[in-house]
Design a binder for this molecule. Structure first.
Ligand SMILES: *Cc1c(COP(=O)(O)O)cnc(C)c1O
Length: 362
């Protein structure tokens, strides 16, 4: 179905229509969804209260400057609010940077197992995606630098990675930004920062260099994926340029209020990180005991690697039979693997038990 008289902008027809992940299983009410790295505890009660409080003002346009939310983020993380931009999920912040700084003829580098949205955002900007390999599922700085050309405008690095769960240390990020030409923006996508003990998401780097942007989200540890809020932090000029293409009312009052309450709720973040660390260790141990390979994870999911694609397919079918939805990651180049979100204690037990039964039956 095409209209030959009307031509879309360059790059748009290269984008495959997004396929949403499975969210239900016909005829089952006890479905356990571990496919989207959502918080097993749901939204924080503090954010739910803020949503209820903000709802009666839904007839009013929201503030356009996001000053209260940027102030809260700055206060909590020790960052300059003037260097923060807020978006509809970090996805929108990633769109700001790709769209504002790259176009037809420009290249944007991303790594082999980065994030499925990156090539889409790059094509949306009309730019050319350049995919570079990783080394044993870990971001490879040298491979990235080898791919840099005069046309490179942006480098997108997910740290910790999705769907790998691995990460590179700050010293290696420093090495990357030290060696990258000054006309290239390095984006550090820190969606899983709060699950990586001791990591600042790249905040210190982004605070000290003119060409680094850190992106963060309220979708993962803050339990607000359905509300769509994220933010970016970087050089004032970068933020100012991106703000020109940000729609003035991109975030609703409800989104802003929920995010502000959530970011101030440090007890929530701490308890979720502790629960995740415990259950992640248990899930990794359980998988390995069953002979299923998995790297140490610095996120709220693990990448379970099976003998081959057929075995991963069989395990997935067995899990679905038990009402458990995990993520097939063939689209990321891992046909032999399944990405499993770390749940609470009961949920993690259910996954391990299901896979143990599958192993015994095999
Ligand atoms: C989940 C995730 C995000 C967050 O996207 P939002 O738009 O903030 O929901 C960003 N990057 C990666 C790699 C992710 O996995």
């Amino acid at each position: 179905m095409t209209n030959t008289a009307i031509t879309p902008q360059p790059g748009i027809m290269e984008i495959a229509l997004y396929q949403g992940g499975r969210s239900g299983i016909a005829g089952r009410s006890d479905v356990l969804k571990l496919s989207s790295n959502e918080n097993p505890l749901g939204p924080p009660p503090s954010a739910l209260a803020a949503i209820a409080e903000a709802a009666p003002s839904a007839h009013l346009y929201p503030p356009t400057d996001h000053a209260a939310l940027r102030g809260a983020i700055g206060e909590v993380h020790g960052l300059d609010p003037g260097r923060i931009i807020c978006g509809v999920g970090s996805d929108e912040v990633l769109q700001f940077v790709t769209q504002a700084f790259a176009g037809p003829g420009d290249e944007i580098i991303h790594t082999a197992h980065g994030f499925s949205l990156y090539p889409v955002l790059i094509r949306m900007a009309g730019a050319t995606p350049v995919q570079v390999p990783e080394a044993d599922r870990v971001v490879d700085i040298d491979a990235i630098l080898d791919a840099v050309t005069e046309r490179t405008r942006v480098i997108l690095v997910t740290n910790p990675g999705n769907p790998t769960g691995t990460m590179i240390p700050v010293s290696m990020l420093e090495d990357l930004v030290e060696r990258v030409p000054s006309h290239v923006i390095v984006v550090l996508d820190g969606a899983y920062t709060e699950y990586a003990a001791g990591y600042d998401g790249g905040a210190a780097l982004a605070g000290s260099r003119p060409n680094i942007l850190m992106t963060r989200t309220f979708s993962k540890i803050y339990g607000l994926g359905g509300l769509r809020i994220g933010w970016g932090y970087g050089d004032r000029w970068l933020i100012e340029v991106m703000t020109r293409i940000r729609q003035p009312f991109n975030l609703s009052g409800v989104q802003l209020a929920a995010a502000e309450a959530a970011v101030r709720d440090r007890g929530w973040v701490e308890s979720c990180a502790a629960l995740n660390a415990d259950q992640r260790a248990r899930l990794l141990g359980g998988l390995r005991q069953l002979g299923i390979a998995a790297d140490d994870s610095h996120t709220n999911f693990v990448l379970a690697r099976f003998a081959d694609a057929g075995e991963a397919e069989a395990a997935n079918a067995h899990l679905l039979g038990d009402g458990i939805i995990v993520r097939q990651v063939g689209g990321y180049g891992f046909r032999e693997a399944l990405r499993i979100t770390v749940g609470d204690a009961g949920q993690t037990g259910r996954v391990i038990d299901s896979l143990a039964r599958w192993r015994r039956a095999a």
